[in-house]
Design a protein around this ligand. Structure first.
Ligand code: DQQ
Length: 481
């Protein structure tokens, strides 16, 4: 039984594409590209999501800021485009990534106008529906005097002691990525204060995209989407890293640094503090199929579910789903507690391409175990979420996810911390081609493109005895549209 290539399947437009998620945010268009989340802000109680957007096709060009709003972090209402390039303006080449702040009641965004890359400012009306670009744009003329850059873009802004601070991502030619710190009294006139970093990091890559800098617990956190190489005109993206450390006298001194997401498709995240005091993060879920397949599908890019960031007792950054999507659940399935047999154990009656799965395991022995999803009955296509207690890793293995030769078929591994009592709590959000996995505070985000219409099964597995399934719940998920 076979589906044809996506090109043939999507004849009815992108919503007919079987790989298009139904409960993750994507724009309401026939042809578009979405990438970074931008300008995240809770305004008058509502969550606003802006995002990098080409409303004309699935490729990066003529970048706008799309806009959507949500009350429950699950359902989104599409709003009119917020920013579009102004011909002959400082953003004529595109409105690249940036952030939003509340300037004493005036919603204000700072973004990168290109080309060249320069910070620009716009203010919104009280409903954030129309935006006015400031006549003084760009608000910073260019990189600091004498600094030769390969990149000078993306912004994070906060206010402290009545002063605004801004960090801009940079790539210093021949040196590497950096985060440049500025201050201002009015968001318009900015003074350069030097690198945010107390000491240069060892492995800086070539450019730091989308820096995000914020306090969390008693630490400061810097998220960086680091570009290591430019390959053949295309960008070879690496994983996002988090750094934690102290921030004093305008210098950040990180003493810990780790990969943010263990999967292969999470990039350019941005955070915001919500009214409840939660540090929420959204990221761009990138593609794992060929450009040709994206062009045929007509769309590219997904926004992740929101995640709550925290620090655990050992100072590790933890991520957990922010919630809201519980209202989408239907067709609840449960499996009673049991010792997992040392073989694949298909869960009868549980099938689907849009599911939430929540499972708790207790480990008596260091045996690798986990879950397989989007399984065809004969196992030709399947994706494995694997926990290795000995190596303390979380892996998404998509080497057999699809028999489409153009789909990314890799195995991605990241670190996983055990919790008290050797228990693992797994939450899996499967949304057609999107998988977001949460396990004990670690996260892994990947894309898969099964081609068979019967690749819908779910099974548990253990490589030997010694794993107890304590709880297992699964639901099918409704569309948010
Ligand atoms: N995407 C934006 C840039 C940013 C990059 C352009 C990261 O501002 O550096 O769409 O994905």
């Amino acid at each position: 039984m076979g589906l044809e290539r996506p090109g043939a399947v999507v004849a009815g437009g992108p919503w007919a594409d079987p790989h298009r998620p139904i409960y993750h945010f994507t724009p309401d268009r026939d042809r578009y590209r979405l990438n970074d989340p931008n300008g995240l802000i809770q305004w008058k109680g509502r969550y606003h999501l802006f995002y990098q957007y080409n409303p004309h096709g699935p490729y990066i060009d003529n970048t706008h800021w799309g806009h959507a709003v949500s009350d429950d972090l699950a359902h989104w209402e599409h709003l009119p485009i917020a920013l579009a390039p102004t011909p002959n303006g400082p953003d004529s080449g595109g409105c690249y990534s940036g952030c939003a702040v509340d300037n004493d009641g005036v919603p204000t965004v700072i973004y990168t106008g290109i080309d060249p890359e320069r910070p620009c400012l716009a203010t919104g009306d009280n409903d954030l529906l129309t935006w006015r670009k400031h006549p003084n744009n760009p608000v910073i003329d260019g990189p600091p005097d004498g600094m030769k850059t390969v990149g000078f873009r993306d912004h994070t802004i906060w206010r402290e002691g009545g002063v605004w601070y801004q960090v801009i991502g940079a790539g210093i030619a021949g040196v590497g990525g950096d985060a440049l710190l500025y201050s201002s009294e009015n968001l318009l006139d900015w003074d350069y204060l030097g690198s945010l970093m107390a000491e240069p990091l060892e492995d800086r890559g070539t450019m730091w995209e989308c820096p995000d800098f914020f306090p969390l617990g008693d630490r400061h956190m810097l998220l960086v989407s680091r570009l290591p190489h430019l390959m053949g005109g295309d960008i070879w993206r690496t994983r996002v890293r988090w750094h934690s450390g102290d921030f004093a006298d305008n210098k950040f001194a990180p003493d810990r640094s780790e990969v943010l997401d263990a999967g292969g498709n999470f990039y350019a995240p941005q955070t915001m503090l919500d009214d409840a005091g939660r540090r929420l993060m959204w990221g761009w879920i990138t593609e794992g199929r060929s450009r040709n397949a994206q062009n045929i599908a007509g769309w590219t890019g997904v926004i992740s579910l929101p995640r709550v960031l925290d620090l655990d007792g050992a100072g590790r950054l933890t991520q957990a789903p922010a919630g809201g999507t519980e209202s989408l659940r239907f067709n609840h399935r449960q499996v009673d507690g049991m010792d997992l047999p040392a073989e694949d154990f298909a869960i009868a009656g549980l099938r689907g391409d849009s599911l939430e799965i929540s499972a708790k395991f207790a480990m008596e022995d260091a045996v690798t175990f986990g879950l397989r999803i989007r399984c065809s009955p004969d196992g030709e296509e399947q994706t494995t979420i694997e926990i290795d207690p000995e190596r303390q890793t979380l892996t998404v293995d998509r080497t057999t996810s699809s028999h489409d030769p153009e789909a990314l078929l890799t195995r991605e591994t990241g670190s996983l911390e055990p919790i008290a009592g050797d228990q693992i709590e797994l939450r899996v959000f499967l949304d057609r081609s999107v998988i977001e996995v949460f396990a004990n505070g670690s996260a892994a985000t990947s894309r898969i493109y099964p081609m068979r219409a019967d690749s819908l099964g779910v099974s548990l597995f253990a490589d030997g005895p010694g794993v107890r399934l304590k709880e297992f719940d699964a639901w099918e998920m409704e569309s948010i549209w």
